[in-house]
Design a protein. Sequence first.
Length: 247
Amino acid sequence: MKIKKFTPMTQLVRLGAAAILLSAPSVGFDLFAPGKGGAAFAQSGQGNAGNGGGQAQGGQENQGGNGAGQGGPGPDSDGKGPMAGGPSDNGGGKPAWASEGIPEVELGRLSVARSPDQVLDRALAEALANISPDIVSFYNLSLSDAIDALASNFDAVVMYDSPLQSLSLLRDALDGSSVLSSYGVTNDTDTLMALFIGVASDKTVPVSTNTVIALTTILGAPMAEDEAAALAAAAELVRAAVLAGHG
């Protein structure tokens, strides 16, 4: 799966934007040039990944599931249980990404990336069903303008605040293109992925290189460290802007 380089985003990070943003609760970003885009995993079960701050589009997604006892296979069974068609595993009951050397990092709300493919597919469908002109306008902003809007006018921003929907859109964009382009979003995928991660993150949990490596590995398209570092730095600016604007 081809992953785009993040050189323009790296140039944005070199401006020292993170330090500027984190220094005050309300910050202007005129200095930015428009650009492109410790703990192990939380051990608690995945709960509801719903709307935050009244900004999410679509309903809340429930990551739980109702279980019921299953009888043994009948004589005509094909050997496929009720989980057939779910995420693949390595033969030991673990998902395929569990053996990929994922770094130890606190994911918080981002842990919903571990949801089964069918859950992420449903979240993507819900996100697209709830797209609006205001959402398209937000995701067409340059990274610096989006950061400014989040930090200084958060309540007026219309975006995907549901972590599950944002990460389903991230998974879709990891091949270098976004399904949002079919709905009028012309922004580059570097910027879109930074917005998806930064908005989906916990407001108080910094986005690191290891965060991006873990996310992209779980979602099936692990990034190289240099690419992950550039994306993480941009997503961290978005996360800090959400914290400054929303509190």
